[in-house]
Design a protein around this ligand. Structure first.
Ligand code: RI2
Length: 320
């Protein structure tokens, strides 16, 4: 049998995720789910078997792009588990409907967690942010809607400077923003009432896997007595960690760290560029989800409820 046909739309989305043209754990999940929907609609499969094989191949292609944000496999699993029917038309319709439902739930979850997170913020508070997280910003948006004045100290977030996206968004909402380089974070923690970050994955023990630099920020914040709040919808909970697996930390290209001219000037050194790090649960005060807020040590209870204890392979695995 020939390799299953993957549509150009799926390939384009996969490339955009790998290159971080599409980035952020929720955005990646949303784009991947939508791409499976496009695959379903564009499929020219003649048989249900052929159609299923195409969908599985498209999911594998999307899955292999970035390894750390579990929202990606969680989204793909959601959509593929919604695939049902005995004909190509039925299978297609079920996928398209599941993608619509997935997006609705994603938006709803972000909105709900935003309200829960906003309740932790008081009028006049200053937050310190790291990277750009739509879940974290949802908390700020709700606090503003509730009439609270919020100010922000925004970390630049080397090497890709996603802090600029956060700064722009907050300014659009008329939030006073102070942009700082990452190295200045400890100094400015004196002025912060909360550290507010997102997450790419949450492990069963409550560890938070987020943009590189989060763990150092959390340790410093704890030392200064500044509470650390992680905004993460349940799509970020990593079911594999319940069965003892660890979360793979993505290592990205050295060209994100050194431009070509800088590379030459620096000479023959090894450059490492991890995209994420792991913040142990003892440095996190609350994980805010759409299902409520949890001390990190109790997140496993929610994970068991949502995923059960067992994982039996993935719906995109090749079958004989
Ligand atoms: P939302 C980002 O990763 C950041 O680590 C951010 O905290 C996280 O995704 C969650 O983003 P990257 O894609 O889902 O910039 O909250 O490497 O938008």
């Amino acid at each position: 049998m020939n390799d299953p046909a993957i549509t150009p739309a799926v390939t384009a989305v996969a490339d955009d995720i790998a290159e971080m043209e599409i980035r952020g754990a929720a955005a990646i999940a949303d784009a991947a789910a939508a791409a499976i929907g496009e695959q379903a609609q564009a499929s020219e499969a003649d048989t249900p078997e052929e159609f299923r094989a195409e969908i599985r191949a498209a999911a594998r292609r999307l899955h292999e792009t970035r390894p750390t944000a579990v929202s990606l496999p969680n989204a793909l699993r959601y959509v593929l588990q919604g695939m049902e029917g005995n004909t190509v038309a039925e299978l297609r319709d079920s996928i398209v409907a599941t993608v619509v439902e997935f997006r609705r739930e994603l938006d709803q979850a972000q909105d709900n967690l935003g309200q829960i997170g906003a309740n932790r913020l008081r009028d006049g508070d200053t937050i310190m942010t790291h990277c750009h997280s739509t879940d974290a910003l949802s908390c700020v948006r709700h606090a503003l809607n509730d009439g609270k004045d919020i100010s922000a100290i925004v970390k630049e977030t080397r090497p890709r400077k996603q802090g600029h996206i956060t700064a722009r968004q907050l300014r659009d909402w008329d939030v006073p923003v102070t942009l700082i380089v990452d190295n200045a974070a400890r100094r400015y923690l004196n002025d912060a009432d909360h550290v507010l970050v997102g997450a790419d994955s949450i492990a069963a023990d409550g560890s938070v896997i987020n943009k590189i630099g989060t763990s150092g920020l959390a340790v410093n914040a704890r030392e200064r007595g500044v509470p650390i709040m992680v905004a993460a919808q349940t799509l970020k909970l990593h079911p594999g960690t319940m069965t003892g697996h660890t979360v793979e930390i993505e290592m990205r290209d050295e060209r994100e760290v050194l431009a070509d001219a800088e590379r030459e000037a620096v000479g023959d050194v090894r450059v490492e560029n991890p995209a994420f790090d792991v913040t142990p649960p003892r440095y996190v005060d609350a994980i805010v989800t759409e299902r409520g807020q949890f001390p990190p040590e109790s997140i496993v209870t929610l994970m068991r409820e949502l995923f059960g204890d067992q994982q039996n392979g993935e719906p995109w695995d090749e079958r004989s």
